[in-house]
Design a protein around this ligand. Structure first.
Ligand code: 5RP
Length: 215
């Protein structure tokens, strides 16, 4: 299902472009499929060190976002997506760089298996990247917002920070919650992608078909 969605995203890749590439098992399917695709980008901006290594392994040139300029396309997975193509991301811990690359891209194609589509975001614990010294303060503030924060065990992000996974939040207003969490001192970024949702959601089904949702 993930592979079907990843292959469907290849249609958006333009010859000689520099594209953004996300992190996770679905993004890995995209990288593997891209390596054998007839239209090759000039290169890619990775959203994590793991993705950078995988792109290099298949011979795709790596670009720095500071020199690439605006990207025409960003392709990445998600942990949950709602009907407005707002997302929870960061299950793999790469949310901050994913958010930066998504923000710097004209089109964001989200690729996922059909189980990721939900009516209300929040069954998947919402990841937040936090500066280590702010971990307890941010956790207390999250409790005030109604969530149950849990420190991700033995985990550091590519930026050297920790992740708090927030359980038991029904996220009925993703835009407002993203803003509230972003304002907490010590929060680097929040895994809610509401201010910058996906532009297209490709959902792979078990029969190999792919549903395309656009808003
Ligand atoms: C990584 C992410 C991933 O896109 C998300 O966790 C989905 O992963 P997968 O494609 O393995 O299901 O946000 O930080």
């Amino acid at each position: 299902m993930k592979q079907a969605a990843a292959v469907a995203a290849l249609e958006w890749v333009q010859d000689d472009s520099i594209i953004g590439v996300g992190t996770g098992s679905t993004a890995n399917h995209f990288i593997d499929a891209l390596a054998n695709w007839h239209t090759m980008p000039r290169g890619a901006v990775p959203s994590s060190e793991a993705t950078e290594a995988r792109l290099r392994a298949v011979g795709i040139e790596i670009y720095d976002l500071n020199s690439s300029g605006t990207l025409s396309l960003y392709v990445d997975g998600a942990d949950e997506a709602n009907a407005n193509l707002q997302l929870i991301k960061g299950g793999g811990g790469a949310l901050t760089r994913e958010k930066i690359v998504a923000a710097a891209s004209i089109k964001f194609i989200c690729i996922a298996d059909a189980s990721k589509k939900v009516a209300v975001l929040g069954d998947f614990p919402l990841p937040i990247e936090v500066i280590p010294m702010a971990r307890s303060y941010v956790a207390r503030e999250i409790v005030q917002l109604g969530g149950d924060p849990e420190l991700r065990d033995q985990f550091r992000t590519d930026n050297g920070n920790v992740i708090l996974d927030i359980h038991n939040m029904k996220i009925t207003d993703p835009l407002q919650l993203e803003q509230q969490i972003n304002q907490l001192a010590g929060v680097v970024s929040c895994g809610l992608f509401a201010r910058r949702p996906a532009d297209v959601l490709l959902l792979g089904n078990s029969d190999g078909s792919v549903e395309q949702i656009t808003i």
